[in-house]
Ligand binder design. Sequence first.
Ligand SMILES: Cc1cc2nc3c(=O)[nH]c(=O)nc-3n(C[C@H](O)[C@H](O)[C@H](O)COP(=O)(O)OP(=O)(O)OC[C@H]3O[C@@H](n4cnc5c(N)ncnc54)[C@H](O)[C@@H]3O)c2cc1C
Length: 193
Amino acid sequence: VADFACRQGLAGLEFAHGIPGTVGGAVCMNAGAYGGEMAQVVREATLLLPEEGIRTLTGAEMAFGYRRSFLTDHPDAVVLRAEFQLSPGDPAAIRGRMKELLEKRRASQPLEFPSAGSTFKRPEGYYAGTLIDQCGLKGLTVGGAQVSEKHAGFVINRGGATCADVKELIRRIQERVFAQAGVRLEPEVRIID
Ligand SMILES: Cc1cc2nc3c(=O)[nH]c(=O)nc-3n(C[C@H](O)[C@H](O)[C@H](O)COP(=O)(O)OP(=O)(O)OC[C@H]3O[C@@H](n4cnc5c(N)ncnc54)[C@H](O)[C@@H]3O)c2cc1C
């Protein structure tokens, strides 16, 4: 979508370039990066609600917050379509910004290993990755799951990691960070048991 918008000379979705996922998932999670988030560009979304049927909600009615939206409060609702409001821009400048963000991402994130992205939400006043690093947890491993050496905010799969490995590693990180820094880390990833 970001690429398509760029080709049309429409600015506003540069932040989304490099975030893996679908429009529905991004709207649900209010995906964001580098100062941008879906909340800034979604003008309206058409949803299928189990009781009411099809309904279109404005951006304000979508109640976007940090990694949350109307959808996270109504998990049975399905995004059918989303309308973005973008601004005219120079395609070369938009492309340049997207490349710059992608390079930043490649330099700082362990994209060479499978992961679910940032494991924890950003706690108020802190960065999860920095806290985890300061607690000396880079490289902590449970089975095939490991706290990335490149970016401590990512739990990566070094090979053969099971759901139990990832859950146990998340538990140990939460325990250590709370014991050492007094901060409760809340997972950003959603676990389906
Ligand atoms: C390497 C890496 C980097 C990442 N970087 C970022 C980042 O910078 N910023 C960021 O915000 N995220 C980031 N993520 C997380 C990723 O963006 C989210 O996983 C993605 O936005 C979710 O989209 P998805 O389509 O994969 O949804 P899923 O993971 O399949 O689902 C996520 C949630 O959305 C719901 N959902 C999905 N589709 C719909 C729909 N049509 N209607 C209603 N609900 C729906 C699901 O039920 C679930 O609750 C990263 C992930 C990885 C692996």
